[in-house]
Design a protein around this ligand. Sequence first.
Ligand SMILES: NC(=O)c1ccc[n+]([C@@H]2O[C@H](COP(=O)([O-])OP(=O)(O)OC[C@H]3O[C@@H](n4cnc5c(N)ncnc54)[C@H](OP(=O)(O)O)[C@@H]3O)[C@@H](O)[C@H]2O)c1
Length: 244
Amino acid sequence: MLPSFEDKINIAIIGASGAIGSAFVEAFTAYEKADKIYTFSRSNIDNKHSKIISHTINIENESSIALAAECVQEKLDIIVVATGFLHDGETLQPEKSLREIDENKMIKSYMVNTIGPALIGKHFIPLLQRDRKSVFAAISARVSSISDNQLGGWYSYRCAKSALNMFIKTASIEAARKFKQAAIIGLHPGTVDSKLSEPFKKNVAEGSLFSPAFSVDELIKVIDIIKAEQTGQLFAWDGQEIPY
Ligand SMILES: NC(=O)c1ccc[n+]([C@@H]2O[C@H](COP(=O)([O-])OP(=O)(O)OC[C@H]3O[C@@H](n4cnc5c(N)ncnc54)[C@H](OP(=O)(O)O)[C@@H]3O)[C@@H](O)[C@H]2O)c1
C-alpha cells in the first residue's frame, strides 16, 4: 500500500468528521505505514486507534487553524483537506438561478470552500516533508471546472471551488521552490453519499453514487501515483486530470 511513500508516514486529515474525511481516517488507520494520523474537526471525534491524534478546528477562524497546526509534532507526508460546504439543510441552498444569489450564502461558501482551505495551506504546507515525496490534497469538485460547466447553477459553490483551484495552482508554484518533491493538488471524489450530497442524491444515475469508502480508496490511489511534476492540478477519483 502507498508504495510511492517512505516506510513510515505522518498524515493530517482536516474535516475528519465528514463522510469523506472519516473514510480517509479509517483507510489510513488500516495502513501499517501510517505512523501518526492527525485528525482535525469542529466536533471532537473518538480516537479509535493509538496512532490517531485528534484536535478541534474551525476553518472559519485563522487562530483555530494556527493552533491546530501547532499541535503537529512531525513533518507531514500527506495532508488532506476534506472540509466543504454546499447547503445548511435549511435556508442556505445552492442557487438554481441568478435571482437566488445571496450575499450571506456566497460569503459562507467562500469562507468554507476557499478562505478556510487557503488558511489551512498557509499554516500546514510549511509542515510538509522537504526531502521526500509529500502531498497536500484539497477536496475540490468537478463543478469547479470553468471549461466543463455545461449546466449552470450552484453559483456560490462553483465560484468558491474555482477560487480554491486557483489557490491550489498558486500555492503549488510557491511550494515548488522549497518542497521540490511536493504535489499540491485538488481532488474530485465523484458523487459520494454524504450529508453534503443528500438533497441531490435522487438526481444521480443508478450505480453512480459512491460510498465514502470506495471514493477514498480510489483517491488514495491517486495520491499514491501523483508526481511532483503534476503539482497544481485537479484530479478526479479515477486519476483523470480535470481541466480548470
Ligand atoms: N459528497 C459529494 O458528492 C462531493 C462531490 C464533490 C466534492 N465534494 C467535496 O468533498 C468534501 C467533503 O464533503 P463530504 O461529502 O464528506 O461532506 P460532509 O460529510 O458534509 O463533510 C463536510 C465536512 O466539512 C466540515 N466543515 C464544514 N465547515 C467547517 C468549519 N467551519 N470548520 C471545520 N470543519 C468544517 C464538516 O464538519 P462538521 O461535521 O463539524 O459539520 C464536515 O467534516 C467537500 O469539500 C465537498 O465539497 C463532495
